[in-house]
Design a protein around this ligand. Structure first.
Ligand SMILES: [Zn+2]
Length: 225
């Protein structure tokens, strides 16, 4: 039966966490509605889900939940879908002629698995070798956060961060490693609390084994202050 086959595919894509493209699959009409209009629609959808589950939405504790969730989806956890939130890409000239790799490590990642809408929590380590242009350090954290604030698969998030930095810095010499826990794996399904997922993307000189090794060694350095 077709419906059963569709459900089987849905489960398989979810449990295997298969992503389909390096660009977030977003529709052309994604921003026809304003944020306020989206919140208004989503709050009714959330209420519908909770009511279908049998909850009493007149209870004081639950009555504000549909609005809270709608605002949180649009403005916070999925706020990075909106290109208006894209961090501005101001760069500087590399006046001090620093020619080695720069590593920004342990950047906190809070994202959401697009297959289950459960949190992905982890750390990103990003590096680049300047070809004359440099970027403010906190800008790298902001770029990670912007792409994390979408329904995501970890592989796509890793690639999107690298591509954006390559574009801004006008060099292929960018790398990113992410280690993260997926609550859809840790708290349900296979329920493996201890497992985590590592993804990496190495561009330009980082494909060279010596450069890659240097980057990975910096990540392993204990940082204590
Ligand atoms: Zn998942």
């Amino acid at each position: 039966m077709k419906i059963n086959k569709d459900i089987k595919n849905i489960d398989e894509i979810g449990e295997n966490h298969i992503g389909t493209a390096s660009n977030t699959p977003i529709r052309r009409d994604a921003f026809n509605l304003s944020n306020e209009q989206k919140i208004d629609v989503i709050k009714d959808d959330v209420r519908h889900i909770l009511e279908t589950l049998g909850l009493d939405l007149t209870d004081d504790s639950l009555s504000g939940t549909p609005m809270r969730v709608a605002k949180m989806f649009v403005n916070e956890v999925f706020g990075g879908l909106n290109p208006e939130k894209q961090p501005n890409a101001s760069t500087f000239q590399n006046k001090y002629k620093y020619g080695e790799m720069l590593v920004e490590k342990n950047i906190t990642v809070y994202s959401t698995c697009e297959h289950h809408l459960l949190p992905i929590v982890g750390r990103a380590h990003v590096s680049y070798i300047s070809n004359g242009t440099v970027i403010g350090l906190s800008k790298m954290n902001r770029i990670v956060d912007y792409y994390a604030k979408r329904p995501q698969v970890q592989e796509r998030l890793t690639i999107q961060i690298v591509k954006e930095l390559q574009r801004i810095l006008n060099t292929k010499d960018v790398a990113c490693v992410i280690e993260a826990k997926h609550l859809c794996v840790n708290s349900r399904g296979i329920r493996d609390v201890d497992s985590s997922t590592v993804t990496s993307e190495f561009g330009g000189k980082f494909k060279n084994n010596k450069t890659k090794r240097e980057f990975l060694d910096y990540i392993k350095l204990e940082t204590e202050f």
